[in-house]
Design a protein around this ligand. Structure first.
Ligand code: MF3
Ligand code: CO
Ligand code: CO
Length: 296
C-alpha cells in the first residue's frame, strides 16, 4: 500500500496527498489525462481507463478459468495436442479467440503454449504423451471482446518429480509471488527484476533474460517490457497499468536456444529444467490486483 505522506508515484517529489491522491471529479480527471499522455509519449505505455479495465478483467477471468481447467487435465497418458484442443474449444464456447493461434512470424501454429521440462517457453502442442515426473508449463492468452488476458502455470505430472525439476517449479513460483508483493504505484519497473534475480540466484537458479513480461490488455504485447533480471528500466508504476510478470527460471545456465525447425520453442542450452508461472496484474490507486488469480 502507498501512504498519503509517501512520495507521489508520478515522480513529482511531492507527497502523494498533495499530488495525485485520488480526488473526485474534474481534478482527478485532469491529473489522470496528464499521466496518460506522458506515459504513452515517453514510454508507449497504455494507461487503461475504467471501460478498458472492465474488458481486460473479464478476459483475464476467462483466461485463468481455461488455464485451471486445462491444468486439471494434464495427467499421464494425455498428449499436449489434446490439451490444446480442449483449451481451444473452451475459448470458442466462451466467444473468445486464443491469442497465440497464428500470432507472430512464422505464425504460431496452436492455441496455447505447452513447455515441457527443458523448454523455457513457446512449446508447441504435439503428439507427445505426458509421463509421470514431467513438468509442464501451460500458457493461455485469450482475446475476449478485443481485450487480452495472459497467464500460465506449471503442472508436475503425477505430483512427483526430480529434485532439479521441483526446484525450478518452486523457485519460479516464489519469484512471481515475491515480485507481486511489491507492486503498487511508485514502485519502479526495475524493482521487479531486482526482487527476482537475487532470490533465484540464492537458490542456485538462473533467470532467463531473452524473454520478458510485458504490458498487455488492448494488445498481446504492449510496453513496457518487464525484465525479470536486474535492469535499470526506472519507470514508476502508475494506476491503470496492466502487465504480466512471468519469470523463467533455469536450474542451470540462463541461455535459451530457439528450435530452428519451428522458430518458436526455446530450450535451455544445457538441457536442464526450466520453470515459469505468469499473472496479469492491474496497478490500482493503492496497490495492485491480480487479474488472473489461478489456483495452484
Ligand atoms: N503467452 C506468451 C506470453 O506470456 C506468449 C506466447 S506467444 C505465442 O507472452 F505465439 F507463442 F503464443
Ligand atoms: Co505474457
Ligand atoms: Co503467457
Amino acid at each position: 500500500m502507498i501512504g498519503r505522506n509517501d512520495p507521489c508515484w508520478c515522480g513529482s517529489g511531492k507527497k502523494w496527498k498533495k499530488c495525485h491522491f485520488p480526488t473526485k471529479g474534474k481534478d482527478k480527471a485532469v491529473a489522470t489525462q496528464d499521466i496518460k499522455k506522458k506515459y504513452f509519449k515517453k514510454y508507449q505505455i497504455i494507461i487503461k481507463d475504467e471501460q478498458q479495465i472492465k474488458g481486460i478483467r473479464a478476459s483475464c477471468q476467462l483466461a485463468f478459468k481455461i488455464l485451471d481447467a486445462t491444468c486439471d487435465r494434464a495427467q499421464a497418458g494425455i498428449t499436449t495436442l489434446e490439451l490444446n484442443d480442449f483449451a481451444h474449444k473452451l475459448h470458442l464456447d466462451a466467444g473468445a479467440i486464443p491469442a497465440p493461434l497464428n500470432y507472430g512470424h512464422p505464425p504460431f501454429p496452436k492455441s496455447i503454449c505447452t513447455s515441457l521440462n527443458d523448454v523455457i517457453c513457446h512449446g508447441i502442442p504435439d503428439d507427445y504423451v505426458l509421463q509421470d515426473g514431467d513438468i509442464l508449463n501451460i500458457d493461455v492468452t485469450c482475446i475476449l471482446n478485443g481485450f487480452y488476458g495472459d497467464c500460465s502455470q506449471m503442472v508436475v505430472v503425477g505430483g512427483k518429480t526430480t529434485e532439479e525439476r521441483q526446484l525450478v517449479v518452486d523457485v519460479s513460483y516464489d519469484c512471481l509471488v515475491k515480485a507481486s508483493d511489491i507492486l503498487k504505484p511508485g514502485v519502479l519497473v526495475s524493482d521487479i527484476g531486482k526482487t527476482i534475480e537475487p532470490y533465484a540466484n540464492s537458490k542456485g537458479c538462473s533467470v532467463v533474460n531473452q524473454f520478458v513480461g510485458h504490458g498487455v490488455g488492448v494488445a498481446f504485447h504492449e510496453g513496457p517490457q518487464i525484465l525479470h533480471c536486474k535492469n535499470n528500466i526506472d519507470i514508476p508504476l502508475v494506476p491503470g497499468m496492466t502487465f504480466t510478470i512471468e519469470p523463467m527460471i533455469n536450474a542451470g545456465k540462463r541461455e535459451a536456444v530457439i528450435d530452428p525447425d519451428n522458430e518458436w520453442t526455446a530450450r535451455t542450452i544445457d538441457g536442464k529444467a526450466s520453470g515459469q508461472w505468469e499473472y496479469t496484474f492491474l496497478i490500482t490507486e493503492t496497490g495492485h490486483e491480480v487479474l488472473t488469480p489461478w489456483k495452484r
